[in-house]
Design a protein around this ligand. Structure first.
Ligand SMILES: *Cc1c(COP(=O)(O)O)cnc(C)c1O
Length: 381
C-alpha cells in the first residue's frame, strides 16, 4: 500500500498539501519580519478569531490547557473552590483546577452524546462551587441552555472547554445561533495540530465578551503585566508564537469547508454502518451542530478491544478516547469529588472506539474502514 493510500486518524500533511503555498508564504513572511513573539500576525489573528466566533475579544495563549488555567485564574478561583466538570474527557481541566488549589468535582455524562449531564451538574452544586466547565466533546456542544440556567441560578462562572468543537453552533431558544465557546462567560480552545483548527505546534485561545476578563487574561498570560516591567499579578508566560498565528490565519478561512468535509464523512460512515446491530452510532442533537472532531462508536465492552485489534490487522487505525474516567486517575482520585451516581462514564470508557476522521478522508478509505468493521461483526450476534 502506498503512503498516499494509508489511512490515518488525522492527515495533517494531506491538509498542508492542499494549501502549501499559502502556508509557506505565511511562514516566510514571519521569518522575514523576525518578529517571533507578539508580532502583528498575533493581533490580526485575534481580531479574525473574535469575528469568526462572534465575540468581542479573542486572546491567544500558549496552549488550550493554559486557556483553561488563565480563565480560571481570571475568574478568581481560590484554594478549596470547587469546579464542576465531566468525568469523561481529556485531563486538562482537572489538572489546572488542582494546580490552582481548587477541587475538581466530576459530574456524569450522557451516554449517547458523551457530554456532561446537566442533572448531574445540578446534583453536584455546593456552597463551595465556583465554576462549571462543560467540555464540548468530540465535536458536539453540550446542553448549554440547561447549563446556563444552572450557572445563573447558582451565581457560577461558566467556562466552555471548546478544544474539540471549534466552529460548532448552539441553537439558542431565542432563535439565535451562537458558536460554541461564545455562550458561557469565557470559552477556551486549543490549536493542538489535530484539532479542527490546529497549528504546527501548541497554541490556544480564550473568547469572551467581557472587557475586564479579556484584559486580565491578556495580562496574566504575559507575566501579569499591562505595562512592561510592572507586574500587577503573579502571571505566567503563555503566548502564541507569531509563526503559529500566521499558520492559523492561513487556515482559518478554510475551517467552514473542512467542517463540511468532516460532516460529509460522518454521514457516509453513518449511512453505511447503521445496519450493523452491534454498534451504536454518534447521536446528533437538534439544538446544535456537530463538527465531528471524532467519529466515535459504542460497542459492547466484550467486543471493543477485539474490534480495535481487527481494524489494526487490516491496517486501519482507531483510538480509545478515553480509556478511564478522570476520578480513577492516580494523580486526581484522592483530591476530587464525584457524583456517586456517575456510572455512564465507566460504561463509556469500556465501550467507545473512534474511527479515522479528518477533512481529507476519501470514500475509498472509508469503504475499507466500513468493510473491516462489518467483517468483524459478521460472525457475531
Ligand atoms: C486538546 C484538549 C485540551 C488541551 O489542549 P492543549 O492545547 O493540548 O493544551 C483541553 N481540553 C480538551 C477537551 C482537549 O481535547
Amino acid at each position: 500500500m502506498s503512503e498516499a493510500e494509508k489511512i490515518q486518524m488525522v492527515d495533517l500533511y494531506g491538509q498542508y498539501l492542499g494549501m502549501r503555498d499559502e502556508i509557506d508564504n505565511a511562514i516566510s513572511n514571519v521569518i522575514a519580519s523576525s518578529s517571533f513573539i507578539r508580532g502583528d500576525e498575533v493581533k490580526r489573528l485575534e481580531g479574525e478569531l473574535a469575528d469568526f466566533i462572534g465575540v468581542k475579544h479573542a486572546v491567544t495563549c500558549g496552549t488550550g490547557t493554559d486557556a483553561l488555567m488563565l480563565s480560571l485564574m481570571a475568574s478568581g478561583l481560590e484554594r478549596g473552590d470547587e469546579v464542576i466538570m465531566p468525568a469523561f474527557t481529556f485531563a486538562a481541566v482537572a489538572e489546572v483546577v488542582l494546580l490552582l488549589g481548587g477541587v475538581p468535582v466530576f459530574a456524569d455524562v450522557d451516554e449517547s452524546t458523551f457530554n456532561i449531564d446537566p442533572e448531574s451538574v445540578d446534583r453536584m452544586v455546593s456552597a463551595r462551587t465556583k465554576a462549571i466547565v462543560p467540555v464540548h466533546l468530540f465535536g458536539q456542544p453540550c446542553d448549554m441552555v440547561s447549563l446556563t440556567d444552572i450557572a445563573a441560578r447558582n451565581n457560577l462562572v461558566l467556562i466552555e472547554d471548546n478544544a474539540q468543537s471549534f466552529g460548532a453552533v448552539c441553537r439558542m431558544p431565542s432563535g439565535h445561533d451562537v458558536f460554541a465557546g461564545a455562550v458561557g462567560n469565557i470559552g477556551c480552545t486549543s490549536f493542538f495540530p489535530s484539532k479542527v483548527l490546529g497549528c504546527f505546534g501548541d497554541g490556544g485561545a480564550v473568547f469572551t465578551d467581557d472587557d475586564k476578563s479579556a484584559e486580565l487574561i491578556r495580562a496574566l498570560a504575559n507575566h501579569g503585566q499591562y505595562k512592561k516591567y510592572t507586574h500587577e499579578y503573579v502571571g505566567v508566560n503563555s503566548r502564541l508564537d507569531t509563526l503559529q498565528a500566521a499558520v492559523l490565519r492561513a487556515k482559518l478561512p478554510h475551517v467552514p469547508l473542512w467542517i463540511e468535509s468532516r460532516r460529509a464523512a460522518a454521514k457516509y460512515y453513518t449511512e453505511n454502518l447503521m445496519d450493523v446491530p452491534q454498534i451504536k452510532l454518534p447521536t446528533e442533537m437538534p439544538e446544535s451542530t456537530h463538527v465531528y472532531h471524532q467519529y466515535t462508536l459504542r460497542v459492547s465492552p466484550e467486543s471493543r478491544d477485539g474490534l480495535k485489534d481487527a481494524l489494526a490487522a487490516a491496517g486501519i487505525p482507531s483510538m480509545i478516547y478515553y480509556p478511564s474516567a478522570l476520578f480513577e486517575q492516580p494523580a486526581y482520585r484522592d483530591k476530587c469529588l464525584r457524583d456517586p451516581m456517575a456510572d455512564s462514564c465507566q460504561i463509556l470508557t469500556r465501550s467507545v472506539l473512534s474511527l479515522p476522521m479528518h477533512s481529507e478522508l476519501t470514500h475509498e478509505q472509508q469503504d475499507r474502514v466500513i468493510e473491516a468493521v462489518k467483517f468483524y461483526f459478521s460472525d457475531k450476534d
